[in-house]
Design a protein around this ligand. Structure first.
Ligand SMILES: C[S@@+](CC[C@H](N)C(=O)[O-])C[C@H]1O[C@@H](n2cnc3c(N)ncnc32)[C@H](O)[C@@H]1O
Ligand code: SF4
Length: 371
């Protein structure tokens, strides 16, 4: 089983906190040309790497893929259905409340991930969002009339935000007609406007206390959403198939500027990266478009499996770690010590973080991955 990721790199404006591979959309885009290039790369994946395995999820991310014309989305989905084995896929579109419309209902998309970020207007301005809280809420209620699978993104532990205010905001959003919610602690990324604002002292740095995370998990689970990853919560059966596939370290084919892929070839995992810079990507994709392949070493694959596996509630499958690597990293002794401290539990071959362990995710990853 594998998944397909389509990256659309344009947004109406750049949010102050965001360091994703996205830029402000030019006034004119030749969509037909872009569509041709996306199809060309998909077909290359199909011809060289695809082994007819089932595609369980297709994900349009960005950037702001809700800016795409509907025919673009539909034609790309048609190409995927024509050349890949796709029976009952989850098809997600990342959506910005300002650029959403009911016409999305007829495109084949069956899951929306709506970036609300906050329901406090002043904070939306501080984050550089282009919509109001009311617009975010209205877009969710409107889309809930046609989509049965809606996720909302919120960012918490923002400058000036008190825990009690955040929990009040969260409780309100948890009453919306949604099946999934992604809750991210604000990260102050290098090179963003938010970093400049904080460095200049205009806004305070977010609180480094883990109490925000602990209370967020408690409140969200209390409302019937299971925490199946440190930032992701779902009503039973609505876990994001796409993310789960990443965490299980399954293959994925990424298309678009900056998109990554991981594919198993001759028993080894290969990494394929595409240029992030738009013009560079366009020149490459319009020309040879030869995919730049790098074989991962056993050590690199181990590190990726560890980071991916430990994040999710399914855990890290030790059956996939070779005896040599287990010995090299002293994994068996480390597992005993983590068990003794109640940071992990074992289910069959899977190492799963307990709630206490989840709060120390980064430290545990570092501990297990070190030699
Ligand atoms: C790739 S973004 C795309 C979402 C969509 N473009 C939008 O903004 O509406 C996915 C999510 O990552 C989260 N995110 C991005 N940058 C972040 C940061 N610096 N700190 C915390 N969360 C962040 C936001 O919640 C965002 O909705
Ligand atoms: S709309 Fe999304 S991708 Fe675009 S700048 Fe804002 S957070 Fe980043």
């Amino acid at each position: 089983m594998s998944t397909i990721y389509i990256h659309w790199p344009f947004c109406i404006s750049k949010c102050h906190y965001c360091d994703f591979n996205s830029v402000i959309s030019p006034s004119h885009i030749d969509y037909d040309h872009w569509l041709l290039l996306y199809k060309k790369i998909l077909l290359q994946f199909k011809d060289i790497y695809y082994r007819s395995e089932e595609i369980t999820s297709i994900y349009f991310g960005g950037g702001t893929p809700t800016l795409l014309p509907r025919h673009f989305i539909m034609e790309l989905l048609e190409t995927i259905h024509l050349h890949f084995t796709v029976t009952d896929p989850e098809i997600t579109l990342e959506a910005n409340p300002k650029t959403i419309s009911k016409s999305l209902g007829s495109t084949g998309i069956n899951r929306l991930s709506i970036g609300a970020q906050s329901i406090v207007d002043d904070d939306l301005k501080m984050l550089g969002r282009i919509h109001t809280a009311a617009e975010a809420m209205e877009s969710v209620f409107e889309m809930a009339e046609i989509f049965q699978n809606i996720s909302v993104d919120l960012i918490y532990n923002r400058p000036r935000q008190k825990l009690s205010h955040w929990l009040g905001e969260l409780r309100e959003v948890l009453r919306w007609p949604i099946q999934h919610i992604s809750l991210y602690e604000l990260i102050i990324e290098e090179g963003t406007k938010m970093k400049d604002i904080i460095d200049s002292g205009i806004l305070s740095r977010p609180n480094g206390d883990s109490i925000f995370l602990e209370e967020t998990i408690k409140t969200t689970e209390g409302a019937g959403f299971n925490c199946y990853e440190i930032s992701n919560f779902a009503r039973p059966g609505f876990e994001c198939r796409h993310s789960m596939s990443y965490w299980k370290y399954e293959d994925y084919y990424g298309v678009g500027p900056g998109a990554h892929s991981r594919v198993r070839l001759n028993g080894k995992k290969i990494a394929i990266a595409q240029a992030s810079e738009i013009q560079e990507w366009l020149t490459w994709a319009s020309g040879s478009a030869i995919l730049d392949v790098e074989y991962l070493s056993a050590e690199e694959e181990f590190q990726e499996r560890l980071i991916m596996g430990l994040r999710s509630a399914a855990g890290l499958d030790m059956g996939n770690i070779s005896p040599e690597l287990r010995e090299k990293h002293g994994i068996d002794n480390k597992i005993q010590s983590l068990l003794a401290n109640s940071y992990i539990m074992l289910r069959g071959d899977n190492v799963i973080l307990t709630r206490t362990g989840l709060l120390k995710l980064n430290l545990i990853v570092k501990y297990l991955s070190g030699e």
